[in-house]
Design a protein around this ligand. Structure first.
Ligand SMILES: CC(C)(COP(=O)(O)OP(=O)(O)OC[C@H]1O[C@@H](n2cnc3c(N)ncnc32)[C@H](O)[C@@H]1OP(=O)(O)O)[C@@H](O)C(=O)NCCC(=O)NCCS
Length: 399
C-alpha cells in the first residue's frame, strides 16, 4: 500500500512574459522551447535533484497543436535533458492548466505514488491565438447549453459588470492602475527577478536576452485608462487596460513529498494544504474562484479569515473585484496580489497558475506572520480553481 505523504512546493520559476504577436519578444521562439528553458532553469537551481528520481512531468497548454502539441510533458522532459526513463504528459484546463498540473501531480505525491514531480505550463498566444481552430459542438447553441458569447472571455467579464452595477468601470480601472503600480514596486524591490529564467531571443536586430516582463505599463494613469476603447461591446467597461493581455510565457515548478525533500536536502517554499475546482455559468466564468475557494476552504477546515495572503489571477479587474466583494475584502487590501497581477504582468493562459504560486512563495518568505495563503483563478467555460498553501516560515510570534 502506498503511504500518504505531505506535499511540498520546493521551487518554481518562469520565463519573463512577452507580448504576443509579431512585435513581441518571443515571436521567433517556439512554445516548447519556452517551457524547456523554464525546466532547465528550475533543475539548475536545484542541482541536488537526481533527474532519474523525477516520477512524472505534467505540462499544460490550452492549444495543444504544433509546438504546443505532442504530449508536452514528455517532449519537454526529453528536451530538458531528463533521463529517458522519466515519463510526462500534457494537461488542459484552459487558464488553470499549470494549476491543474500542480494539483494532479500533488495528488499523486499525496497518495504516495510519487516522490518528485515537475509541473508547469506554457502558452504562446502569438503562435496559438486564443480560440484558434476550436470547433464547439453545435449542441451548445442549438440546445442553449451556453450563450453565444460564453466563449469570448471579455464578453463574460462585461456580464459581471452588468450583474453587479456597483462594479463600475472606474472601480475596475482603479484596480488595474494599482496592479501596474504594485508590479513596478515589486521589480524595484527585486521580488520578481529572483524567479525569472532569462531566455535568449532572436529578432531582426539580432540576438538578445529576455530578462523582464515585456507588457508592463508603469506609466499607466487613471486618466489614460478612462480613454481606452471597449472592444467587447460598444459603451462597455472592459478595456485593454483593465483586462489581462495576450502574452507568451512558460512556468515550471518542482513538487515533492516532504520526506523526499528532506532526504535530498531540498528547501520547502510552501506546503500544499488542499485544493478545489468548481463550475459556474459559463457566461460569467469570472465568478468561478468564489465557489472553488469556498469548497477548498471547507475541505481544508479553514475560513477566509485564516488566509493571510491571496494570489488571484487578474483575468479581468471586475472578476477579481467580484471575488473580493463576495468575501468582504477591500479592493486595495494589501493581502491581495502584493506584487501586482496578470493585468500588468500578462497572462499566458495555461502557464499562469504557477506564476501565482511563485509569487505567493516569495511573499511567504517576507511574511512569517502569515500561516496560510491561497492561489485562485477563473477558467474559461465557467470554472474556478483554488489551491491553499501553508507557509513553512510561519512564526506565531512574528508581526
Ligand atoms: C482587451 C484586448 C482585446 C486588447 O487587445 P489589443 O487591442 O491587442 O491590446 P493593446 O495592447 O494593443 O492595447 C490597445 C490599446 O490600449 C492601450 N493600452 C493598453 N493598456 C493601457 C494602459 N494600461 N494605459 C494606457 N493605454 C493602454 C494600448 O496602448 C493600445 O493603444 P493604441 O490602440 O493607441 O495602440 C486583449 O488584450 C484581450 O483579449 N484580453 C483578454 C485576454 C483573455 O481573454 N484572456 C483570458 C482570460 S479568461
Amino acid at each position: 500500500m502506498a503511504e500518504k505523504a505531505e506535499v511540498v512546493f520546493v521551487d518554481g520559476v518562469r520565463t519573463p512574459f512577452g507580448r504576443a504577436g509579431e512585435k513581441g519578444m518571443y515571436w521567433n521562439t517556439r512554445a516548447d522551447d519556452l517551457v524547456v528553458k523554464a525546466m532547465v532553469g528550475l533543475l539548475e537551481r536545484n542541482p541536488t535533484v537526481p533527474g532519474d528520481r523525477i516520477d512524472d512531468v505534467a505540462i499544460a497548454a490550452t492549444t495543444q497543436t504544433g509546438d504546443q502539441g505532442l504530449t508536452l510533458g514528455r517532449t519537454a522532459a526529453l528536451l530538458a535533458g531528463l533521463p529517458k526513463s522519466v515519463p510526462g504528459f500534457a494537461i488542459d484546463r484552459m487558464c488553470a492548466g499549470a494549476m491543474t498540473s500542480v494539483t494532479t501531480l500533488g495528488s499523486a505525491i499525496g497518495f504516495g505514488a510519487y516522490d518528485l514531480a515537475i509541473a508547469g505550463g506554457v502558452e504562446h498566444m502569438g503562435r496559438h491565438p486564443m480560440g484558434f481552430g476550436v470547433d464547439p459542438n453545435p449542441r451548445f447553441l442549438a440546445e442553449r447549453l451556453v450563450g453565444e458569447d460564453a466563449l469570448v472571455m471579455g464578453a463574460t467579464a462585461e456580464r459581471i459588470h452588468d450583474r453587479f452595477p456597483a462594479y463600475t468601470r472606474e472601480r475596475s480601472d482603479r484596480y488595474a492602475l494599482r496592479s501596474q503600480q504594485k508590479i513596478a514596486a515589486a521589480y524595484e524591490a527585486g521580488h520578481i527577478q529572483a524567479d525569472l529564467v532569462p531566455v535568449a531571443i532572436r529578432s531582426d536586430a539580432g540576438w538578445g536576452l529576455a530578462t523582464r516582463d515585456e507588457a508592463l505599463r508603469p506609466d499607466t494613469t487613471l486618466e489614460g485608462l478612462a480613454t481606452l476603447k471597449t472592444p467587447f461591446r460598444p459603451h462597455g467597461r472592459i478595456t485593454a487596460g483593465n483586462a489581462s493581455g495576450l502574452n507568451d510565457g512558460a512556468t515550471a515548478c518542482l513538487l515533492a513529498s516532504s520526506s523526499a525533500a528532506k532526504e535530498l536536502g531540498l528547501g520547502v517554499k510552501m506546503k500544499m494544504v488542499g485544493f478545489a475546482f468548481a463550475g459556474v455559468e459559463p457566461e460569467v466564468m469570472g465568478l468561478g474562484p468564489v465557489p472553488s475557494t469556498e469548497k477548498a476552504l471547507r475541505k481544508a477546515g479553514l475560513s477566509i479569515t485564516d488566509i493571510g495572503l491571496f494570489e488571484l489571477n487578474e483575468a479581468f479587474a471586475v472578476q477579481v473585484i467580484s471575488f473580493l466583494d463576495h468575501f468582504g475584502i477591500d479592493d486595495d487590501d494589501p493581502k491581495v496580489n502584493e506584487y501586482g497581477g496578470s493585468i500588468a504582468i500578462g497572462h499566458p493562459l495555461a502557464s499562469s497558475g504557477v506564476r501565482l504560486m511563485n509569487q505567493l512563495a516569495h511573499q511567504f518568505t517576507q511574511h512569517p506572520e502569515v500561516r496560510y495563503g491561497l492561489t485562485a483563478m477563473c477558467i474559461g467555460l465557467g470554472q474556478g480553481g483554488t489551491v491553499i498553501w501553508e507557509n513553512p516560515h510561519y512564526n506565531r510570534k512574528a508581526k
